[in-house]
Design a protein around this ligand. Structure first.
Ligand SMILES: Nc1nc2c(ncn2[C@@H]2O[C@H](COP(=O)(O)OP(=O)(O)OP(=O)(O)O)[C@@H](O)[C@H]2O)c(=O)[nH]1
Ligand SMILES: [Mg+2]
Length: 355
């Protein structure tokens, strides 16, 4: 009897891998509820028959797990694929599930797809179906716009190398139609199987791991750059603050010096005024003293002049008095002489005597 057809289902965590598998295989594998990652390990779904062929779908944990690193997820998927390759099992194809409801394919979704492509290698892309699901979550218009963008941009290189893109309508028939697209392909060997088994590479040296590391490096670089930028920003802010403080202190110092200069000038001005005032007062005092001296001198002179005048007048008066006295004396003498003379002529004449 033929080996069953094996198809691996991959994609980001929560994209609907397990749901798809349950639909297609009528299995009852656990489906994630909220935002938590659900499928922790690679698991096989119930075998089912499609167009007379036995089919086994392989469920895988999604990258971007909320609890495990991408490297851990890669190790799990890688070791499963290596083991099955070693035991002679080949994959007929791979489904890569992508939610059409996701707004962007850049960033995380783009990185997941890159890891997937590294894992597959170029040659197995013709056995890859890119499944878009969750069409019910967006309007058909939005979904179709995104689908066009995906096929013309992000998924173009893969589509150009033989991958197909198909919508999944979240029902069994749709899931089976998707499986039919690859179930009759020649089985492929994935690059990671060659790397791990044929080339005996360690999982950490595989292309997929390198992509993860590069992405981690890039994320670290971005993070470091952001930290550096933040630090520079802080340093700049600090410098600016310091510069501001420096300027403020400078300004204050300048103001204080200005104030001091003003006070000093004011004091000098007052001092000058005081000196000028003193000088003026001294001059005035000198002038008054001089004036007083002159006045005194003048008064003294006047006094002397008065005294001299008085003396003169006194002398004159004395002289006049003397003259008068002398004149009187003379008159008396004359009179006496006359009297005497008269006596000589009129001896017994009684008449009067004028004194
Ligand atoms: N609307 C809608 N929801 C879906 C579809 N497929 C899956 N879901 C929901 O999406 C959530 C995640 O689905 P899962 O099947 O667990 O996703 P997964 O890819 O297996 O997730 P992991 O196991 O964590 O990697 C669940 O709540 C599903 O019910 C779909 O086609 N349409
Ligand atoms: Mg799952």
């Amino acid at each position: 009897m033929d080996q069953p057809i094996k198809i691996a289902v991959m994609g980001a965590t929560g994209c609907g891998k397990t749901s798809f598998i349950n639909l297609a295989s009528r299995s009852n594998l656990q489906v994630g509820a909220a935002l938590e990652s659900c499928t922790p390990d690679v698991q096989l779904a119930n075998e089912f028959t499609l167009d007379g062929r036995r089919v086994v779908l392989i469920d895988t944990p999604g990258f971007d797990d909320t609890t495990k690193s991408d490297t851990d997820i890669l190790k799990k998927i890688g070791s499963f694929l290596a083991t099955s390759y070693e035991s002679g099992s080949r994959l007929a194809g791979l489904l890569y599930v992508h939610r059409i409801s996701d707004k962007r394919f850049g960033g995380i979704a783009g990185r997941n797809f890159k890891i997937f492509r590294d894992l597959c290698g170029e040659k197995s892309l013709k056995n890859v179906v890119l499944v878009t699901n969750m069409w019910g979550e967006v309007s058909l218009e939005v979904g179709e716009d995104r689908e066009k963008e995906l096929s013309s941009k992000f998924l173009k290189p893969a589509l150009d190398k033989g991958a197909q893109m198909i919508r999944h309508h979240n029902n069994e028939r749709s899931a089976h139609d998707i499986i039919r697209r690859i179930m009759n392909n020649h089985p492929v060997v994935l690059r990671i199987q060659q790397e791990l088994v044929d080339e005996h590479k360690d999982i950490t040296n595989t292309s997929a791991a390198e992509t993860i590391n590069a992405e981690l490096e890039e994320a670290k670089r971005r993070h470091d750059a952001e930290v550096k930028k933040a630090q520079e920003e802080m340093a700049r802010a600090l410098r600016e603050k310091e510069e501001q403080t420096r300027r403020r202190i400078e300004e204050e110092t300048r103001k204080r010096e200005e104030e001091m200069r003003r006070v000093r000038e004011e004091r000098e001005r007052v001092e000058l005024q005081r000196r000028q005032e003193m000088e003026r007062v001294e001059q005035e005092a000198r002038r008054l003293a001089e004036q007083a001296r002159i006045e005194r001198q003048r008064a003294e002179e006047e006094h002397r002049r008065q005294v001299a005048l008085l003396n003169e007048r006194l002398a004159a008066e004395a002289a006049a008095a003397e003259a008068a006295r002398r004149a009187e004396q003379e008159r008396i003498d004359h009179l006496q002489h006359q009297i005497h003379h008269h006596h000589h002529h009129h001896d017994n004449g009684g008449g009067c005597v004028i004194m």
